[in-house]
Design a protein around this ligand. Structure first.
Ligand SMILES: [Cu+2]
Length: 688
């Protein structure tokens, strides 16, 4: 496609963002570069272009730099997002509004691991209870919007290809995309390949099991049905093999995801009705853990700690998660000043995971394999309705009221699962019915074009996850305990308050954000001394339960300064605090952290200096296997050149990450294994 086509798309994106801004509170983050206008307050999007470390940045590298988002790291790949201290089932991670659930009982495959930045258009991020558009949540929502081609406008074709190398892991990244635009239809396909060996830490030593390989492919076809109706099909494939997890006792042999969706959209259907959309989808995840590369020898000790015996153990642990769902959404104007948006959705998830243990005492014949169902054929159906009303009280004040009600039914169909839970006195031969709900009220005020304040309060409830309700002896490598689900566990509830202040001058943009959550019936694992340990390596058993209360607070300061045409300074300072009602620190809470960027850009050349700083974290919960983490500072240098040769764009990027080869790990890295040491990278990208 010609450059003018891109400019039109970018312009449309921009107008869309501004229009949306009137009615929603989302931070929409677009992944294509576009010019930040002086009228838009500093949001995650304006930061993205700066903080996206290179064209081959993984989604994790991008997420880790967003305001309010931290990453829980167990390996070099598939980091798990955390929002203001909330993670796992406390946040909603969706793809284009579609629900999807990982198939790993040990959270090795967050949904973000199945998406590549190459097939992403933007993120919609909402924090706390107000993120309930796609499902009730206490911690927030993270919706990844897939890229789509544009019909009509300019007929054309775009071919894009790139190749990158990273020295620290001797890693190759390659990607390519093809887009065809016609008057009545459009097609886009993009693919990414990554192959990384184990990387070297700042101490010069290879971090064992930090390798991974993956391919990802996304194709989308759009067809113009006339009268403003479009039909769209999406297909996404993601296959990872040989993924090592330094912090865990197991690796992943295979992780496969497939996603299919069909969508019909009607734009500006009538004057008063808009954004009509219906979507039907199916996704399927398969996850196979593998311990064949690990030491499987356990040396047992007697009561006095003396060696008593040796056991060899192997495990076979597959998991599946299939989700089938649909949603319908639409907006309508109610008079001049009011707008209503309604979404109806339903999904059915089927999760199951099994574990077979093969144990062998050297001098004896092999024992029969031990079989358990770690997720015993769990079906969950959730139907929900979400309604939002936005009223423009005056030219400078908007008020938002939104609510959601879900109807959830969960059932375990496996006979083995029933027997397993009967041992602990649970009769799970019934459906588990819940009605999680949420209500949020917020307002935003703009004054004189410089200041904007948005503030709100809300309440929400969330369902327990499959693991929290029906997980059976799931080993947690951080605290060394096996976790047992609690079929009778209750909903987690949160009362949430937030207040954000933005100042926007042409050269300077400042945002200050504050979010506070009081969570009741907080779900956490508590030691159950009655249950004997089942595995040789486990310290004991924890059972999921609701504790009366937990408090979480997240705050951040973001500043961007553009003194003149060539220079940009950006800094993000963020802090998270979490404790239980009794005053104990919540586990895995990130410390004070800063990212600062200085970028110089002139003509075909840009150079960027970055610093990442973290304070130490001594507020830890040792009952969850946490250790204090020391402070660190690391620096990166990035350069890029781009040329336009006829209609071909050539871009070369080169840089050094962790310039001073600092040996460090972040507080959310399980087991304190080291992050990558100094790495030189080189990228080439060609767009025809
Ligand atoms: Cu796993």
């Amino acid at each position: 496609m010609k450059n003018s086509g891109w400019i039109i798309i970018l312009f449309c994106n921009l107008t869309l963002t501004q229009a949306q801004d009137l009615f929603t509170e989302f931070d929409t983050i677009r992944l294509e570069e576009f010019t930040i206008t002086q009228r838009i307050p500093l949001n995650d999007q304006s930061v993205l272009d700066l903080s996206r470390s290179s064209r081959f940045s993984s989604i994790d590298k991008i997420n880790g730099r967003l305001e309010g988002i931290s990453l829980i790291k167990r390996g070099a790949y598939a980091l798990e997002p955390q929002m203001d201290g909330f993670s796992g089932g406390q946040i909603n991670v969706t793809v284009d509004g579609m629900r999807m659930f990982g198939a790993c009982t040990d959270r090795m495959d967050p949904v973000t691991s199945y998406i590549e930045p190459d097939n992403l258009e933007s993120f919609n991020i909402t924090h706390g209870t107000s993120g309930s558009r796609n499902g009730n949540t206490v911690g927030g929502s993270f919706d990844m919007i897939l890229r789509e081609p544009v019909i009509g406008q300019t007929e054309g074709m775009l071919v894009e290809t790139g190749l990158g190398y990273e020295s620290v892991s001797n890693g190759i990244n390659a990607n390519g995309a093809l887009e065809v635009n016609r008057e009545k239809w459009a097609f886009r396909t993009s693919g990414t390949y990554r192959n990384h060996n184990s990387y070297r830490g700042g101490d010069g030593i290879k971090v064992p099991y930090s390798y991974f390989k993956k391919i990802n492919l996304h194709s989308v076809v759009k067809y113009d049905l006339g009268k403003n109706n479009t039909l769209r099909f999406d297909f996404l494939l993601d296959d990872a093999v040989d993924v090592g997890y330094p912090a865990l006792p197991m690796d992943v042999g295979k992780a496969k995801a497939r996603m299919y969706a069909v969508e019909i959209e009607r734009l500006d259907a009538y004057r008063t009705v808009s954004q009509l959309k219906a979507k039907l989808y199916f996704n399927s995840v398969y996850h196979l853990m593998d311990d064949s590369n690990r030491d499987s020898t356990f040396r047992l000790t007697d009561e006095n700690g003396a060696p008593s015996d040796t056991v060899y153990m192997r495990m076979d642990m597959p998991g599946w998660s299939d989700t089938f769902g649909f949603f319908m959404e639409g907006g309508a104007s109610l008079g001049e000043k009011s707008h209503i948006y309604v979404k109806l959705d339903d999904y059915l998830n089927y999760s199951r995971a099994y574990m077979t243990m093969f144990m062998n005492y050297p001098e004896y014949p092999g024992e029969p394999p031990m079989y358990t169902e770690t997720w015993p054929d769990v079906f969950r159906n959730v139907a929900g309705i979400f309604i939002r009303n936005t009223t423009r009280v005056s030219n400078s004040v908007n008020v938002n009221l939104e609510g959601r009600l879900d109807m959830s039914q969960t059932r375990v169909t496996s006979e083995t699962g029933h027997r397993q839970f009967a041992i602990f006195g649970y009769d799970i031969d019934r459906g588990y019915f819940e009605l999680p709900k949420s209500l949020n009220l917020s307002a935003n005020f703009r004054t004189n074009g410089v200041t904007r304040l948005d503030a709100g309060a809300g309440y929400a409830e969330r369902l327990p996850t499959t693991s929290e309700q029906f997980g059976f002896f799931l080993y947690n490598a951080l605290d060394g305990f096996d976790y047992l689900g609690n079929p009778e566990i209750g909903l987690e509830r949160s009362t949430h308050f937030w207040g954000n202040l933005h100042f926007t001058w042409p050269e300077l943009k400042v945002s200050i954000r504050n979010r506070f959550s009081y969570v009741s019936d907080y779900i956490i694992g508590l030691i159950d001394p009655e249950i004997p340990q089942m595995n040789l390596y486990a310290s004991g058993v924890k059972r999921y339960d609701n504790i009366p209360a937990a408090l979480l607070y997240g705050t951040s300061l973001q500043l961007q300064w553009d003194p003149g045409a060539y220079l940009t300074f950006y800094t993000l300072l963020r802090y998270t605090y979490g404790r239980t009602g009794e005053g104990d620190p919540l586990p895995l809470i990130p410390p004070l952290r800063n990212t600062s960027i200085c970028k110089f850009r002139k003509g075909i050349f840009s150079v960027q200096m970055e610093g990442e700083f973290s304070s130490d974290q001594n507020r830890i919960n040792s009952g969850f296997g946490e250790n204090p983490t020391p402070a660190f500072a690391i620096y990166h240098l990035r350069n890029s050149f781009h040329w336009l040769v006829k209609e071909t764009v050539i871009e070369v990027g080169a840089g050094i990450e962790n310039i001073f080869d600092k040996a460090y790990s972040e507080h959310l890295d399980w087991g304190n294994f080291l992050r990558p040491g100094r790495s030189i990278y080189l990228n080439l990208r060609v767009i025809i």
